[in-house]
Design a protein around this ligand. Structure first.
Ligand SMILES: *Cc1c(COP(=O)(O)O)cnc(C)c1O
Length: 411
């Protein structure tokens, strides 16, 4: 688990002040005074780096963005009001009516609805594929394809993508690869694997305790020489590349999405998210150990568990090779029927019944009757939502206590 060691130092040292206030200051101002008209002009033309207005950026949020960019090796990041805000910002800043998205694996219900219903109303078509449909993915690519989107771990189907291989397909075709890395911060580094943009719901394990809704999009630098963003496919970006060079994706996200849609993060949430980030490496290590302990023990006791650490999982080999730092906090239990699932949820004393994941506490939810209730049968089948499916997010409790409670609840 040495992967997490460097983050321990970087986060606590990066968040705490060495002069004056140790805890980050919360700048609760919507607007910022410019002192003189000359300075105002400079701030608006970008030659003076000072806050403009909190919809476009805030000093507390900027601290969070700096650390998030560092975590993923990006050139910069834009924090948002929620995880859906981050996905909306990252996609809408690149898309124009008539464009197409290829969505692979997963998929988080909100993202599925965004792609299949909302973006569709704006003339954007999304093609959905399972993680291993490589040839079908290649076949559907055309000149209108702007984004290949994938989740690092299928939520809640627990299928694992071959991110490197999909990045290769995206890069060969000169198409943006966007990865929702909400479930595996630090465990998976999408930019290092060939992705261009990483999106997060920081509401989950990054904040970690249900105190703040938030999201973040991390962007890679535009290359000096050849770059897929310099091709005609991404024409809308060219003026930003001319203006700010390697930072073009940040300027593009702020001007083509944040300014006009206003999914901006607020300083209070950014502060709480920073506090979460401080202990994220420690919590990640504990949870990814606990989740495998719990999955194996429950499976051994006859429960129908879905987690890639189990030999029966179709992506067990991929898990061992590509997910050495775990695949997050989730596992699912298929109780067979809705009645049995409800019985389990009514009997567990430990799990909190909620739609969240990645919390300090163990959380559980019946999928078909809640997040996926609005989807038809075929869609549920594609997303792996069976009648008895319970999604569990393992928390920081003693894993033995979780096992005992779950075995009692299942009987
Ligand atoms: C929760 C979640 C989101 C959406 O995040 P919000 O902060 O709730 O808007 C997106 N993707 C994944 C994988 C999630 O788990």
């Amino acid at each position: 688990m040495n992967q997490f060691e460097e983050y321990c130092t970087e986060f606590v040292q990066g968040i705490g002040g060495k002069d004056g206030a140790v805890s980050p200051s919360i700048v609760n101002s919507a607007s910022f005074a410019y002192a003189t008209p000359e300075i105002a002009e400079g701030i608006f033309d970008g030659s003076i780096k000072k806050p403009l207005y909190s919809r476009m950026g805030n000093p507390t949020t900027a601290k969070l963005e700096t650390l998030m960019a560092k975590m993923d090796g990006g050139v910069g990041a834009v924090a948002t009001s929620s995880g859906m805000g981050a996905t909306t910002l990252a996609t809408m800043s690149l898309l124009t009516s008539g464009d197409e998205i290829i969505s692979i694996g997963g998929l988080f219900g909100g993202t599925y609805a965004l792609f299949s219903e909302t973006l569709k109303r704006f003339g954007i078509t999304t093609h959905f594929f399972d993680v291993d449909e490589f040839q079908n993915i290649k076949n559907v690519i055309n000149e209108n394809t702007k984004i290949i989107f994938l989740e690092s771990v299928g939520n809640p189907n627990m299928r694992l993508p071959d991110i490197k291989k999909i990045a290769q397909i995206a890069n060969d075709a000169g198409i943006v690869l966007m990865v929702d890395n909400t479930i595996t911060p630090m465990s998976i580094l999408p930019l290092a694997l060939g992705a261009d943009i990483v999106v997060y719901s920081t509401t989950k394990i990054i904040c970690g305790n249900s105190s703040a809704l938030g999201g973040c999009a991390v962007f890679r630098a535009i290359n000096d020489g050849k770059d897929k963003f310099k091709t005609p496919r991404y024409q809308e970006l060219h003026k930003f590349i001319k203006g700010v060079g390697k930072m073009a994706l940040i300027a593009n996200a702020k001007k083509r999405a944040m300014r006009d849609f206003g999914m901006s993060a607020n300083a209070n949430s950014s502060y709480l998210t920073l506090l979460g980030l401080e202990t994220l490496p420690l919590r990640m290590q504990r949870v990814i150990n606990s989740v495998t302990t719990v999955a194996k023990e429950l499976s051994k006791n006859g429960l129908n568990i879905n987690h890639p650490c189990l030999k029966t999982h179709p992506h067990h080999e991929r898990y061992l090779n590509d997910f050495k730092n775990g695949c997050g906090t989730l596992l699912t239990i298929d109780m067979g029927t809705k009645e049995k699932a409800y019985q389990f949820l009514n009997k567990t004393k430990l799990a909190t019944i909620t739609a969240n994941i990645g919390d300090s506490r163990t959380l559980a939810l019946h999928m078909a009757s809640t997040i996926y209730r609005d989807f038809d049968e075929d869609t549920r089948k594609f997303l792996g939502i069976t009648d008895g499916l319970i999604r569990v997010s393992i928390g920081l409790e003693n894993p033995q206590d979780i096992i005992e409670d779950f075995l009692a609840a299942a009987n």
